[in-house]
Write a protein that binds this ligand. Structure first.
Ligand SMILES: [Zn+2]
Length: 399
């Protein structure tokens, strides 16, 4: 019996009485067991990318960002993984993968879900710009979701109801939102931008994850973030406690599998267009045109033993960004442009390399600072200036 689908059960004539059509439809809509379909399989079949939310509108293809397949499939009901940790660069397709998971849940494995953004404001924006198009553009989802409405008096939550489940979206700055309801699925997005405490009630990640405990082994938690500062970074702490998977790709020359490291991207100083990736086994320079094939033949390999075997950790830099998104040449150029500014170098490490930034914690001594003075005419901005800021300090103290 258990091998039959709900449709087959109905077709077998096990339910033959008046009102069978109604029963059929409620069975299909609400009582459907978790299928064996994977999130990536679902996305390739049902996900449409909206023109207003995506640079590449049309049908979603997992083959465009093949490294996302294993991450999405760890979020599928058939996987024993319960917690997925993704320490990532910008521009690798992580947001769409998270949206695929949401779509899959609505369509195939309904249940209560909590999706947390750093703030309530960001949750509202995400709902409008990401979740609404996700639902509107995919026919499989459109009919299943009731129109959005805001809940609770404080309006700190947004929700979408669907057959067999509800998606609640809130911010990590709202303890009310995080305590809302038990949730089988928890999506914690950009956790490094979360406040240390939600309304003085404690760590927002802990508060949110507590919502899922009643679902024990059937729960899924997805933590994703671009990292920030070493020691403060939640995603780095989570990744380091995980099995630390890296995406290994084959060298097109010698075939040796390796994960991509920034120090092996080399170019002539001042000429980022000469950037090539150098194989760590044979030193062959690899051009951008080889990237697509390398990504397709890649595989995730763990490099540590997780303290919790139900947690899978993934790390991905923008060196893996697919052709047409962020090229190796653009990365080389961004690195050259960032030189001389700690703020720019930090942004480069965080958003391109997906690595934390180490704060030196010491201001330069006054003589070094004094030596770096430059002469500018008052009221003028030097060429190339993007951001104006000012600071002052009085080392003598008040007079
Ligand atoms: Zn090689």
């Amino acid at each position: 019996m258990s091998a039959l689908t709900s449709d087959e059960v109905l077709e077998e004539g096990l339910f033959r009485f008046e009102g069978v059509d109604e029963l059929k439809s409620s069975w299909r809509e609400g009582l459907r067991p978790d299928p064996f379909m994977t999130v990536s399989g679902w996305a390739d079949r049902h996900r449409m990318l909206a023109a207003r939310a995506s640079a590449e509108p049309g049908r979603y293809r997992t083959s465009r960002t093949p490294y996302m397949r294993e991450i999405m499939d760890a979020l599928s009901p058939g996987s024993p993984v319960q917690r997925v940790v993704f320490m990532k660069a910008a521009q690798v397709g992580a947001t769409e993968a998270g949206n695929n998971w949401i779509g899959f849940i609505i369509h195939q494995a309904p249940g209560p879900m909590l999706a947390v953004q750093p703030t309530v404001e960001l949750a509202k924006r995400n709902s409008r710009h990401r979740i609404d198009p996700l639902i509107e553009e995919s026919p499989a989802l459109r009919d299943r979701v009731k129109p959005a409405r805001s809940r609770d008096a404080g309006n700190t939550m947004l929700s979408k109801e669907f057959n067999g489940g509800i998606l609640i979206m809130t911010g990590a700055n709202s303890a009310v939102g995080l305590r809302s309801t038990p949730a089988r699925y928890i999506f914690l997005d950009e956790v490094d931008a979360y406040p240390a405490s939600a309304d003085d009630e404690g760590d927002p990640v802990t508060l949110a994850e507590a919502r899922s405990l009643t679902f024990s082994h059937r729960r899924k938690v997805f933590l994703a973030s671009t990292p920030t500062i070493r020691g403060l970074s939640r995603i780095e702490r989570e990744y380091e406690a995980s099995d630390q998977r890296r995406y290994h790709v084959p060298c097109p020359e010698c075939g040796v599998m390796q994960w991509l490291k920034f120090e092996r991207l080399r170019w002539e100083k001042g000429r980022p267009e000469t950037a090539r990736y150098h194989c760590e086994a044979c030193e062959a320079p690899i051009g951008e045109h080889s990237k697509t094939a390398m990504l397709q033949e890649g595989e995730w390999r763990a490099s540590a033993t997780a303290s919790d075997p139900a947690t899978a950790g993934f790390h991905l830099s923008a060196l893996y960004s697919p052709a047409g998104w962020l090229s190796w040449q653009a990365i080389a150029r961004a690195f050259e442009t960032a030189q001389g500014s700690d703020e720019s170098l930090k942004a480069f490490r965080n958003t391109v390399l997906a690595e934390t930034w180490v704060e030196t914690g010491e201001a330069p001594d006054w003589q070094r600072l004094h030596d770096r003075r430059e002469q500018w005419q008052a009221g003028s901005v030097p060429a190339g200036g993007l951001f104006l800021t000012a600071g002052a300090d009085n080392p003598e103290g008040p007079h």
